[in-house]
Design a protein around this ligand. Structure first.
Ligand code: UD1
Length: 420
């Protein structure tokens, strides 16, 4: 397993270009199963999760090619049974449920397990497809869903922690080919859901209310092939912005969608970071001493849970007390004990982490536990004195394209140690 060796203490300087969004790409890839015609997706990040999703599509019978950030998929003839071992390894693969059901009227998808950030139930996904007329049973670790015909209905997708992103995606994709009108209430409004909806519209779907919590879908008989360009990754942009602030650097983030980053920008400005917005790019630099800020993660357009860990790394080096409250996932604080190994003073009280920031961090060997936690550890390592070795960086490779290379271009001293 590869690790990163980071020599901290160098401010990041220069320009970085943001890749396409992983969380938009995965459901869009699943949506290509809705048509037997070719689809072309551009600005696709070259990530292990994306390549993995490509394998899942191939295991269902689709032809997939991926070169130079362009993905071509033709799902001419597909089957409804996903490879158990492939699917159970990636939670995001649950989003093939809706398209398989919409196209074939049957889907057998392995039940995704929990993960380090919480239980990750799928009750809302199942509630959604049941509302469209699917019969669903769970057998031998599989979700088995069948429907002679899907029909439109009204479905409320809000849960205990707000709307579900991939649950909304699943119902949206199934409803695109259902008979009649489906109204999704309390739909997730994340830009990745909007990007999927725009791709579906390009395929011939009829969707109203895109970007809002009420999506109205009028089913069509057939969808056709389409071309689409994936939106830039707002979490990657947030991560580089936070890394620039944490290292006292000056970084221009190119291809950032400012309109997707309001909550993060707002918090960074409150913290004392100077941000200039120019035509699709953001320039980040420190404006003197930073101030602690309290953060609560919320569904979009609130502060994203996927940028919570990174902000905690920044707060750990910011003098004063900040409270970071996680409202989307139940136990998303795996990074706390690893940040503590670098000298951070953080305690957990229920859903909140209390960060007593400002103590200098010092490098140590630490372990990445999940994708966004790994990004936080890299930021902390860049801000710490001395050498930090972040182990198990395969987590970070799932969601950040060439992050070590991009950081090196900004002057970050990050070396990848490949393990044979
Ligand atoms: C997606 C993102 C993930 C991000 C998350 C929240 C992808 C591949 N992943 O995950 O990076 O952190 O959105 O922005 O796009 N829930 C239920 N029942 C369900 C489904 C979800 O109770 O059936 C709960 C979850 O436990 C969680 C909350 O709803 O507390 C939000 O989860 P959800 O939006 O579904 O996350 P994902 O779509 O899996």
């Amino acid at each position: 397993m590869d690790s990163f060796l980071i020599k901290g203490g160098t401010p990041l300087h220069g320009e970085v270009t943001i890749s396409g969004a992983k969380n938009a790409t995965l459901p869009i890839m699943a949506a290509t199963l809705l048509t037997d015609e070719p689809c072309v997706i551009r600005n696709v990040p070259n990530l292990s999760d994306v390549r993995f999703m490509g394998k899942i599509l191939e295991s269902l019978g689709a032809e997939v090619s991926f070169h130079d950030h362009t993905l071509k998929v033709r799902a001419k003839k597909i089957k409804g049974v996903g490879d158990y071992d492939l699917i159970r390894k990636m939670r995001g693969s649950i989003c093939i449920l809706g398209p398989l059901l919409g196209r074939l009227g049957k889907a057998q998808v392995s039940l995704p397990g929990g993960c380090v950030i919480g239980a990750r139930p799928i009750d809302l996904h199942l509630k959604g497809v049941k509302a469209l007329g699917a019969n669903v049973k769970i057998e031998h670790g599989y979700i088995i869903a069948t429907a002679r015909k899907l029909h439109g209905d009204s479905v409320f997708m809000g849960g205990r922690s707000g709307p579900t992103v991939l649950g909304t995606a699943n119902v949206l994709m199934a409803a695109a080919l259902a008979e009649g009108v489906t109204v999704i209430e309390s739909a997730a409004c994340e830009p990745e859901v909007t990007d999927l909806a725009n791709f579906l519209v390009a395929m011939g779907a009829k969707i109203h209310g895109i970007g809002s919590p009420t999506l109205t879908i009028t089913g069509v008989k057939k969808l056709h092939g389409a071309e689409h360009e994936v939106i830039p990754d707002r979490i990657e942009a947030a991560t580089f912005a936070i890394a620039a602030a944490a290292t006292n650097g000056e970084v221009t983030i190119k291809r950032a969608r400012v309109d997707h980053l309001h909550a993060v920008i707002d918090k960074l400005v409150e913290c004392g970071v100077k941000i200039e917005r120019n035509n699709g790019s953001l320039k980040i630099c420190r404006n003197g001493r930073l101030k602690p800020v309290d953060i609560t993660t919320l569904p979009y357009s609130g502060y994203p849970t996927d940028a919570q860990a990174q902000m905690m790394a920044l707060m750990a080096v910011t003098p004063g007390i900040s409270i970071i409250t996680e409202r989307v996932f139940e136990s998303r604080f795996m990074h706390v004990s690893e940040l503590a190994r670098l000298g951070a003073d953080i305690s957990i009280e229920g859903p909140s982490a209390i960060v007593k920031g400002g103590k200098p961090l010092s490098g140590a060997p630490i372990m990445a536990s999940d994708l966004r936690a790994s990004a936080a550890l890299v930021i902390a390592g860049l801000a710490a004195k001395g050498m930090t070795q972040v182990n198990r960086v395969y987590h970070i490779d799932r969601g950040y394209e060439n992050i070590d290379e991009k950081l090196r271009k900004l002057g970050g001293r990050v070396e990848r140690i490949e393990e044979s």
